[in-house]
Design a protein. Structure first.
Length: 475
């Protein structure tokens, strides 16, 4: 092994000196970030080390450098994106409170819409459908997502839910499912949004409405952007369940626990009606009007379909996402049953079933006896601290937006003059309340949000890439 004249390692050494720290999963977004370089690989780091460095010391130095780098990325990422709605909802107590209330309202609306959809029989395939008759394991339901659905795959992360909903027509829209910007495929941060409509024709009309440039950026700098919009089509393949899930005793276990889980989720979100009753009402009318009768396998399919779309819980994968749009982008369509398999389960299938049972039981135990009011109450202490900070910050910001000269008070925002301080304060709080609120929440975010963000063990941190090449060191 030869060394370079400057004492650094030769390229031949680096090519064969592999370290697992060079590898990183690509399951998070890859974005450019102002004033932050792409993460250095271990190989790149070693190019600049002295020839006599030991592997152990090189590893320690690399870890220390990456710790400093990770800390810088965290702070810079929050500085750049921390003021967007999806970040506020995670780290500002009052915004988390508001999101819980909004989510409860959304769930009530989705619960009613999808319950009506199921009760009207639209979810069942016609009895003359060959798959409904020949294959007892077929997924014999119509998915409300396809084909009367529009997908937007590049909604700016800065766009709020209210901003996007304002673009939609008042009639014809059934459901709106938002994803999370941190679940998007690399590169970049953007939200996927699915909008289901009453008919395919309405979906096509909605595409025409959403095509073209739109202005985004509520409460901040406005930017124009063209949305990528298309009518959604069914995914060609669905992930398949292990054959063990088809055993009659397993189907009975799933049906019993799905009923239990649905009741628990309805209680948690204060939903007054029961979907189990809706499904049984449908079962009593099934077999008429061109539909086949409902089996327990059908009931399981419908429960899984309903719980995932309303509450965001993917029963088969055992994952809880805040809403269906996040789950849909992360995993795609619902899992389906396979008609092919051995009657004697393999060790892998037994292990899958054991894991499935544990996940479902853990979810039931986690939420049993709890409700959304309890979640809101748990935020009271944090909200009290935020309220105290808000009062202090608001006073300072309002004061900074006015000035007094020769007994005349002036609003620095619009240059209007007033006879007294109390009049200009009232003017600012009424006429410029959006600007005041924006500055107040930014200040609160710098003092409270960043602290909560750094303490969050589940936060997703994007990989920083070189904007010149739009590639990371891991590509």
């Amino acid at each position: 092994m030869s060394d370079n004249e400057d004492g650094s390692r030769s390229r031949k050494y680096h090519v064969h000196h592999f370290n697992p720290l060079d590898k990183k999963t690509r399951s998070v977004p890859h974005i450019p970030l102002a004033n932050v370089n792409a993460r250095r690989s271990f190989r790149s780091f070693m190019y600049h080390q002295p020839a006599d460095i030991t592997p152990e010391e090189a590893h320690k130095r690399y870890v220390r450098e990456m710790d400093r780098y990770d800390s810088e990325v965290l702070h810079r990422f929050f500085e750049y994106y921390g003021g967007e709605e999806w970040m506020y909802e995670k780290y500002i107590p009052s915004k988390r409170h508001q999101r819980l209330q909004d989510r409860a309202s959304e769930i009530l609306s989705l619960h009613k819409k999808l319950s009506d959809y199921v009760l009207n029989g639209g979810i069942l395939a016609p009895s003359e459908d060959d798959s409904a008759v020949k294959d007892v394991y077929a997924r014999r339901i119509h998915d409300d997502i396809f084909p009367a659905c529009v997908r937007v795959n590049n909604l700016p992360s800065s766009c709020t839910r209210a901003e996007f909903r304002a673009l939609l027509p008042a009639e014809g829209v059934r459901c709106v499912y938002f994803s999370d910007p941190l679940v998007c495929p690399p590169p970049g941060l953007a939200r996927f949004v699915w909008v289901t409509t009453d008919t395919v024709e309405r979906a096509e009309q909605l595409c025409d409405v959403l095509h073209g440039e739109h202005e985004f950026g509520a409460g901040g700098e406005k930017k124009k952007m063209k949305l990528n919009v298309e009518t959604e089509t069914p995914m060609r393949r669905n992930a398949q369940l292990p054959f063990i899930a088809n055993q009659p005793e397993k189907v009975a276990w799933d049906l019993d626990h799905l009923k239990q889980l649905c009741r628990i989720l309805e209680h948690f979100w204060n939903v007054p009606s029961s979907f189990a009753d809706t499904l049984e009402a449908l079962a009593r009318t099934a077999g008429t009007a061109g539909t086949a009768g409902i089996t327990d396998i059908d009931r399981v399919f419908v429960f899984v379909f309903f719980i995932r779309r309303v509450f965001g819980y993917d029963y088969w994968r055992g994952t809880q996402d805040e809403e269906f749009g996040v789950s849909l982008q992360r995993y795609g369509s619902d899992m389906v049953r396979t008609p092919i398999g051995d009657t004697t389960p393999s060790a892998e299938e037994e292990a899958w079933w054991e894991k499935h049972e544990k996940e479902v039981n853990a979810m039931c135990e986690k939420l049993a006896g709890k409700d959304v009011e309890g979640e809101v109450k748990a935020l009271e202490v944090e909200e009290a601290g935020e309220k105290e900070l808000r009062e202090r910050v608001t006073s300072g910001i309002v004061s900074s937006m006015m000035e007094e000269k020769e007994g005349v008070w002036k609003c620095l925002r619009c240059e209007k003059a007033f006879r007294g301080k109390e009049f200009v304060e009232k003017h600012l709080n009424e006429m410029h309340k959006d600007v005041v609120e924006q500055r107040v929440i930014q200040k609160i975010n710098k003092e409270i949000g960043i602290e909560q963000y750094l303490k969050d063990d589940k936060k997703v941190v994007p990989v920083i890439i070189d904007p010149r090449s739009m590639k990371s060191h891991y590509s």
